[in-house]
Design a protein around this ligand. Structure first.
Ligand SMILES: Nc1nc2c(c(=O)[nH]1)N[C@H]1C(S)=C(S)[C@@H](COP(=O)(O)O)O[C@H]1N2
Ligand SMILES: [Mo]
Length: 375
C-alpha cells in the first residue's frame, strides 16, 4: 500500500494508533501509556499539543531575537551561533500538558469539559540538549528592573507565555536544539524550543522566534484566559480570569491500556509518577479494597522528570480496580478528587484503573503479551 501524504494534514510526523491516541483536533495526539518500554518516551510517540499547524522553518534564515524594556540592547542569534557560541547543557525533563486527563476529569465530575479531549497521554519525557536561556539573555544586558521573560513562537497563533526572571535564569531552563539525541523534529519545535522544567507544557514554547524581557508584568491570552484555574476554589487575579497555572501537581499513571486485560499469572505492573518541580518520594497502590501498599520506585529519581515504579502481582480471574497514588517531597499526595475548574486543568485524582483478568485457558501460549514492546 502506498501512502499519499495529505496536504490538509497539520503535523509532520506519522501518528499511528498503535503508538498515539488521537485527541480529535487534528493537532493533538497523546502518547499511549502502554507503548513506552524505556524510561524516555521515544520521539515517534512523544505527545504533540499544538494550537496551529506545524510551521516549516528554514534554519539558515531563522534568528532568535531578544528584546524588550528589560534589556539594554536587543540582540539576535542565528542557528549557527546557538550551536557554536554557547555551552550546551543536557537535561532529562518531562513535559505535561495542564489539560492532561481532561476526559477523566469530566467523567469524575459527571460533565465533559470543553477543550482537547485528553486521556492519560499528554505527558512524555525526553532528553533535551540546548543553551541555557540565561546565557542568551546576558549579552543583551538584563536591567535591574527586568522582571518577566516571555518566549514567543513563530506558529500562526504566535504562542507566548511569560515566566518570572528567576525561572528564566534557572539552571535547567533551556532553549533546546535537540530531543532524544537528534535535531528537534518539526512538530516538537524545530529549530529551537523552550524547556521549562516542572511547569505546565504551555510554557515550553515551540518554534521560538523572539524572547521579550519586560520591566513589568505581561498579560497575554495564555496567562489570562487560558491556562488559568477558573472556579470557586481559586482566587482570581485581574486581569486573569482565574489563578495562573505555573508548576504542575503530583500525578501518576499505569503503563496499561484503559481498560487493561491481563492473564491470571505472576507479572510486574509498572507505571510513572511525576511531581513537576518537586521530587516523587513514594508511590502506593491498592487493588480493589485491599490495603494500600508501597510500590518500588526505580532510578533515575529527579525533579522535573517522571520516575518509574513497579510492583509484582498475581491476579485472580475477574474484574479488578487498581488505584495508584504518588507523593512528593513537599507532602503533596494525589487527592481522591480534584477541585472543579472551568477549563478542566490539573486533574490529579487517584484513578480507578479497570482491569479484567482472564480465566486460565489451557490453550493460551504464555508470554505472548505484547504490552510495552510496541514498535
Ligand atoms: N509555539 C507553540 N508552542 C507550544 C504550543 C503551541 O501551540 N505553539 N503548545 C504548548 C503546549 S499547550 C504544550 S502542552 C507543549 C507540548 O509540547 P509537545 O507538542 O512537544 O509535546 O507545547 C507548548 N508549546
Ligand atoms: Mo498544553
Amino acid at each position: 500500500m502506498t501512502t499519499v501524504s495529505d496536504p490538509a494534514r497539520k503535523l509532520v510526523k506519522p501518528t499511528p494508533p498503535e503508538l498515539m491516541e488521537d485527541a480529535g483536533t487534528g493537532l493533538d495526539y497523546g502518547t499511549r501509556p502502554d507503548r513506552v518500554p524505556g524510561y524516555l518516551t521515544p520521539t515517534d510517540r512523544f505527545f504533540v499539543r499544538s494550537h496551529a499547524a506545524t510551521p516549516q522553518i528554514d534554519a539558515a534564515t531563522w534568528a532568535l531575537c531578544i528584546d524588550g524594556k528589560g534589556v539594554r540592547e536587543p540582540i539576535a542569534y542565528t542557528y549557527d551561533e546557538l550551536w557554536n557560541c554557547f555551552p550546551l547543557t543536557s537535561v532529562v525533563r518531562t513535559i505535561e500538558c495542564a489539560g492532561n486527563r481532561r476526559t477523566l476529569f469530566g467523567a469524575e465530575v459527571g460533565k465533559p469539559f470543553r477543550g482537547t479531549g485528553w486521556g492519560r497521554g499528554a505527558i512524555s519525557t525526553a532528553e533535551w540538549t540546548g543553551v541555557r536561556l540565561r546565557d542568551l539573555l546576558e549579552p543583551a544586558g538584563i536591567t535591574p528592573d527586568a522582571c518577566e521573560v516571555m518566549p514567543e513562537g513563530l506558529d500562526e497563533i504566535r504562542a507566548r507565555r511569560p515566566m518570572p526572571l528567576a525561572k528564566a535564569c534557572a539552571d535547567d531552563t533551556l532553549v533546546a536544539l535537540t530531543m532524544n539525541g537528534e535535531v528537534l523534529p518539526p512538530d516538537h519545535g524545530f529549530p529551537a524550543r523552550m524547556v521549562v522544567s516542572g511547569w505546565l507544557g504551555a510554557a515550553s514554547i515551540k518554534w521560538l522566534g523572539r524572547i521579550e524581557v519586560s520591566d513589568s508584568a505581561i498579560h497575554v491570552p495564555w496567562n489570562t484566559d487560558d491556562y488559568v484555574l477558573i472556579g470557586p476554589d481559586f482566587p482570581r487575579r485581574l486581569p486573569a480570569r482565574g489563578a495562573v497555572i505555573t508548576a504542575l501537581t503530583v500525578t501518576s499513571l499505569v503503563e496499561l491500556p484503559w481498560p487493561a486485560h491481563l492473564r491470571p499469572e505472576p507479572q510486574m505492573i509498572r507505571g510513572r509518577a511525576f511531581a513537576g518541580e518537586n521530587l516523587v518520594t513514594a508511590v502506593q497502590y491498592r487493588i480493589d479494597d485491599d490495603p494500600w501498599q508501597d510500590a518500588q520506585i526505580t532510578p533515575p529519581i529527579m525533579t522535573g522528570a517522571w520516575v518509574r515504579w513497579q510492583f509484582p502481582w498475581n491476579p485472580h480471574p475477574g474484574h479488578h480496580t487498581l488505584r495508584v497514588r504518588a507523593r512528593d517531597d513537599q507532602g503533596n499526595t494525589q487527592p481522591d478528587s480534584t477541585p472543579w475548574n472551568e477549563l478542566g486543568y490539573l486533574h490529579s485524582s487517584v484513578l480507578a484503573h479497570p482491569i479484567h483478568v482472564a480465566h486460565p485457558s489451557p490453550t493460551h501460549k504464555p508470554h505472548d503479551r505484547t504490552r510495552g514492546t510496541g514498535t
